[in-house]
Design a protein around this ligand. Structure first.
Ligand SMILES: NC(=O)c1ccc[n+]([C@@H]2O[C@H](COP(=O)([O-])OP(=O)(O)OC[C@H]3O[C@@H](n4cnc5c(N)ncnc54)[C@H](OP(=O)(O)O)[C@@H]3O)[C@@H](O)[C@H]2O)c1
Length: 322
């Protein structure tokens, strides 16, 4: 038996579910934080049966809702007095739907993929700091390569309130912004949480076969594209292996503030003035990430915006709201 405790968001399907099974098979206590109680319960039963590990538990959370995150973390703190691994896997990619706001009036993708994970980390910091080797992992995506375009920035005007853009709302752009913000936060949080002995890293996911349930959420045109794409993607277990290795292997102990690729290799910031060959490598390999995430002013901007969206503009030094 392993006395480590891992919390995985969105553990009822895809990579999150495959990872929950892998951690359960390795004997850790697995906390599955899911939005859908029914499919969460189904996944939990399957995982317990396949792994033979009964220390697998379901917590309800909607990562787009700050109220739900607060309630989930309150429940977690009542039941556990430490947390060793926190994997922010859940994400929203609104499969052809139009612009939506969360109940906190934040663009839905950004609320779920960036603000939610940041808030949950803030609320669970104390539990994590009680682990001798706490590790947080953010699930990012190769979509952030769009930020190799030096003109590309996060579109803050579109993160709150009704959509005011001149061009039609693009899910692609908002998903990309949310995943870039998450990587940018990874680097700053890694520094800030070092004193608490908590490491923070991100994984750049380059593709994983999507489940039937996930494909069903797509609007028809997107579904066809995703089914074709699925033919070329590896099974979710492949990425789940990366989650497991980065969060448990000794060689990753103490390593923090890194973005890893699908081979668990560190991705370096792109050179300031790339040669033509380096520009090609940026797009065709996973050796470099856009400099945007490494720049201090962008890191501070993402942190400030997230805090404002949670605690309000006048309360950005307030770390925790119960
Ligand atoms: N698959 C890929 O090719 C790929 C590529 C790049 C990055 N990624 C990243 O990999 C991670 C896992 O994706 P996946 O491929 O395994 O997709 P998936 O099977 O669709 O899993 C996504 C999970 O997130 C959950 N989720 C969505 N919105 C939520 C919310 N508001 N609150 C709580 N949970 C929520 C979903 O729950 P429900 O079942 O309730 O919807 C589901 O469990 C994501 O971060 C994704 O962005 C995937």
């Amino acid at each position: 038996m392993d006395n480590r405790i891992v919390l995985i968001t969105g553990a009822n399907s895809g990579i999150g579910k495959a990872a929950a099974l892998q951690f359960a098979e390795a004997g850790l206590t697995v906390l599955m934080a899911c939005r859908n109680k029914k499919s969460g319960q189904q996944a939990l039963t399957e995982i317990q049966q396949q792994s033979g590990n009964t220390r697998v538990e379901l917590f309800e959370v909607d990562m787009s809702s700050q109220r739900s995150i607060r309630e989930c973390c309150k429940e977690l703190k009542k039941r556990y007095d430490k947390l060793d691994i926190l994997i922010h896997n859940a994400a929203y990619f609104n499969h052809g739907e139009g612009h939506r706001l969360s109940e906190d009036r934040i663009e839905f993708t950004f609320a779920t993929n960036t603000v939610g994970p940041f808030y949950m980390t803030t609320l669970l910091k104390e539990l994590l700091s009680r682990s001798p080797d706490a590790r947080i992992l953010h699930a990012s995506s190769t979509i952030i390569k769009h930020f190799f375009d030096p003109k590309r920035t996060i579109q803050w005007d579109h993160v709150t309130g009704p959509y005011k853009g001149e061009k039609p709302y693009s899910v692609y752009q908002h998903y990309c912004d949310s995943k870039m913000a998450l990587v940018t936060l990874t680097f700053l949080l890694a520094e800030q949480l070092k004193a608490d002995n908590i490491s923070v890293n991100a994984l750049q996911i380059n593709g994983a076969r999507m489940s039937k349930e996930t494909l069903r959420k797509f609007k028809p045109a997107w579904r066809v594209a995703a089914i074709i794409q699925n033919l070329y993607f590896p099974p979710p277990e492949k990425m789940a292996d990366c989650y497991f290795t980065i969060c448990t292997a000794n060689e990753f102990k103490g390593l923090t503030g890194k973005l890893f690729n699908h081979q668990n290799k560190v991705i370096e910031p792109a050179p300031a003035n790339p040669s033509k060959i380096e520009e090609i490598k940026q797009l065709t390999t996973s050796k470099f990430h856009p400099r945007y995430a490494a720049e201090r002013k962008n890191q501070e901007e993402v942190l400030k915006r997230c805090k404002e969206l949670i605690f309000g503009a006048n309360m950005i030094n307030n770390d925790e709201r119960e």
